[in-house]
Design a protein around this ligand. Structure first.
Ligand code: SF4
Ligand code: ZN
Length: 725
């Protein structure tokens, strides 16, 4: 451990803690000790402090207590020059700095000093969860925390493009002198935002804490670790959060102290400055601090130090191609041509054919190519994908077809939305200038089908129709097939199959969690129906979706099967013994963290509410989605609370052992509207067509008393059903 790093860390931590101390004392004088502080939309208080010290900081008084702890970690100068001793001094200083930074940032929020326009500040739990699932399924391969700025805008652009191409999420923090990395990107017209895997966090170095408390919340919400479990929470970050720090530009003592905190969490620091390097420490996988002055090597070095492996696919198109571009939008003024949406008819349709009827790699554009399409115009587009394979099945067709969205979106300058005959696609002017053609849609689909679905797709050919009469001729056939597919799953019941499918994809984050996917209950993230899970198993027999024989029926009403219990016990690392598939009150299925909705008991109403991730407002449970979500994740069973996929709400098996949809008393308006027709249908099936109007939304009530009053007025059936508790 180089002495200079230790000295800078010690000096930085003293500054940061003194600053926090001063702020708190000043504010106590103004507002009193009971003045509340905290971050918006989180159930984890000040998450780093909560996870490592187990303390719920809610007021200035609580904050004062933390400052004392931080002070106890401070050193005057590094104690001696031995490597171990210097390292310990440095990381203690780092930790003290992190506590101070979290307090400072929370106080800023409490005093109304919100992040500047264009900066995210604290990352709410809901964003954490949606990023979490992308980390789990590999769409995000790692997280780069970029502290400071590049020497010039071109270098910044180059670094960010390399990170994007490797599917790394970048969090931007701090500045170098007057320059920020964000401004450099904007100067180069790089689109910035979560959709592009670039999130500017804050201009001050202390805002780096939002990256740290993002990482540590993953441990709390996915790892099933508890507040105060310091080693477990820190080890989770080290083992499962693939983050690293790129420290660019001159280093000051606070930056060095923050870097030492990162090292304590297992995140290596790579800097463009000439500093003595730090080899492997007990906290890190490999080197803790690297000095790399060649900007063309800096990203590569970071990935190596953090052991992030990136799967690079060569896609034969003239634009950049990576998951980082998936969320990119093409605005009207930037668009060369568009297809579908409300502007023209379009469809995507995948069908299988006998092997000898398909010429692999054949891509035909039937109708005008892009050069014949005027700038700003709309054209019809039919994407007909024909595949063949020895292992191909009818049930795989929709899975392949649904990939068109991701496949096309991942090309830079291409925007895709929707599916089937409701798709909408745009090609940007820039992509057009780079030589992107309609035929490249086919090239992308062909390459990705082979790459991702090589097990079932032996051959694929793609026809791209750009003439109205052709598109309109094929649409009716496609629509007929879409409907048949929907009916196939809709007609299936849990009783009609003898095998369910597990999903353990989320175990990389929630090691004890298992989703049990049934025809009438999809995975809680909403991404896996029984047909999907079955197809995935057939595509990847040793993957996260495994067949589970139901075996002996132990309780048909509660949904308990011997085969399922045995499987769960084994795959939950022996932490869970029983699952009741249709109950939330007894042995409910576990929740990992990526559920679309949370169901929660409302004892006053003798019923349940459902809240979806997108709804950030208050609920009658007295908690927002984020707080509720925080209390049920991590692969635990929590009777009365459960994470579910949206469509489970309209399943006949929706908590059927507890009374089903008749127990549903409250849900956000947006969710109620989105599922409207399906909920109404379920109400009719239950013989209560007017139940729909009895389910309250935030417009009717957000407090238990008001809700009960509403339910009484409406004569909601839950009020008179058998008591839940
Ligand atoms: Fe995770 Fe369950 Fe979705 Fe699988 S089905 S990805 S385990 S939430
Ligand atoms: Zn999950």
């Amino acid at each position: 451990m180089p002495r200079v790093v230790g000295e800078l860390a010690v000096s930085g931590s003293n500054k940061a803690v003194t600053l926090a101390d001063g702020l708190i004392n000043k504010l106590i004088k103004e507002k009193g000790e009971t003045f509340e502080i905290g971050f918006p939309e989180t159930g984890y208080f000040l998450p780093l402090i909560y996870a490592t010290l187990g303390k719920e900081v809610k007021t200035l008084k609580d904050a004062g207590g933390i400052v004392q702890i931080a002070k106890s970690l401070l050193k005057k100068v590094p104690e001696n020059d031995k490597w171990d001793s210097l390292l310990n001094d440095a990381v203690d200083s780092g930790v003290a700095t992190a506590f101070a930074a979290e307090l400072i940032e929370a106080i800023r929020y409490a005093t109304g000093e919100l992040p500047a326009e264009g900066w995210q500040g604290f990352i709410p739990d809901s964003v954490l969860r949606s990023l979490g699932i992308q980390l789990v399924d590999g769409r995000i391969s790692g997280v780069a925390v970029i502290v400071g700025a590049a020497p010039d805008a071109r270098t910044a652009e180059r670094i960010i493009r390399e990170l994007q191409e490797k599917n790394v999420l970048s969090l931007l923090v701090g500045s170098s002198g007057e320059k920020t990395f964000r401004d450099q990107l904007i100067e180069r017209k790089v689109q910035v935002g979560l959709d592009f895997y670039i999130v500017p966090i804050g201009k001050d170095t202390t805002s780096v804490i939002h990256a740290a408390n993002f990482a540590i919340r993953a441990s709390l919400s996915y790892g099933g670790n508890k507040k105060g479990e310091l080693e477990k929470n820190v080890n989770y970050c080290k083992d499962r959060v693939p983050a690293f720090i790129l420290a660019l530009g001159a280093l000051d003592d606070i930056k060095v102290a923050a870097a030492c905190a990162a090292i304590r969490l297992g995140f290596p620091v790579i800097t463009d400055q000439k500093v003595p390097e730090i080899k492997k420490t007990p906290f890190t996988l490999h080197e803790a601090l690297l000095s790399v002055s060649d900007y063309s090597k800096i990203v590569q070095s970071a990935l190596l130090a953090r052991e992030i492996k990136v799967k690079i696919k060569e896609i034969p198109v003239p634009v950049a191609y990576s998951a980082a571009f998936e969320g990119e939008r093409v605005r009207r003024q930037d668009m060369h041509v568009q297809f579908g949406g409300k502007f023209s008819s379009a469809f995507e349709y995948a069908r299988s054919k006998p092997l000898n009827e398909i010429e692999d790699g054949k891509i035909e554009v039937i109708g005008p190519e892009i050069d014949e399409m005027e700038e700003g115009s709309a054209f019809p587009l039919g994407i007909l994908i024909e595949v063949a394979g020895r292992k191909m099945q009818l049930d795989f067709e929709p899975i392949l077809e649904r990939q068109v969205h991701t496949f096309l979106n991942e090309a830079m300058g291409i925007f895709h939305m929707g599916q089937r005959n409701m798709c909408w696609i745009r090609i940007s002017k820039e992509a057009y200038k780079k030589g992107f053609k309609i035929k490249h849609f086919g090239a992308i689909i062909h390459a990705r089908l082979h790459d991702t679905y090589g097990k079932i797709v032996d051959k694929a050919q793609i026809k791209l129709y750009t003439k109205k009469e052709d598109v309109e001729k094929i649409v009716p056939e496609a629509v007929k097939v879409y409907e048949e597919r929907d009916e196939r799953l809709a007609g299936m019941t849990d009783e009609s199959v003898d095998t369910f499918y597990s999903c353990t994809l989320c175990q990389s984050f929630a090691p004890n969690h298992v989703c049990m996917v049934k025809p009438e209950r999809l995975g809680l993230c909403g991404a896996y129906s029984w047909l999907d899970a079955k197809a995935c198993y057939e595509l990847n027999p040793t993957g996260p979706n495994q067949p589970v024989k139901k075996g002996e029926v132990l309780d048909p009403a509660r949904g308990e099967w011997k085969g399922v219990n045995d499987f769960i016990h084994q795959k939950s690392n022996k932490t869970i013994e029983r699952f009741h598939g249709y109950s939330i009150m007894t042995f409910p299925e576990t929740s990992c963290g990526c559920f679309e909705c949370v169901i929660a008991i409302l004892p006053e109403t003798n019923g349940f509410m459902v809240v979806n991730r997108e709804y950030a407002g208050p609920t009658p449970a007295g908690m927002k989605f984020s707080t509720l979500a925080g209390s049920i994740g991590g692969g635990n069973q929590t009777p009365g609370f459960m994470g579910v996929g949206r469509l489970y709400i309209v399943s006949k098996k929706f908590i059927s052992a507890d009374g089903g949809i008749k127990r549903l008393v409250w849900m956000p308006k947006e969710l109620k509207e989105a599922l409207g027709a399906k909920i109404k249908k379920r109400c009719e099936e239950e013989g209560m067509p007017d139940l729909f109007d009895k389910i309250a939304t935030e417009e009717n009530a957000t407090e238990p008393e008001a809700l009960v009053k509403f339910l009484q007025e409406k004569k909601h059936p839950a009020l008179t059903m058998p008591p839940l508790m």
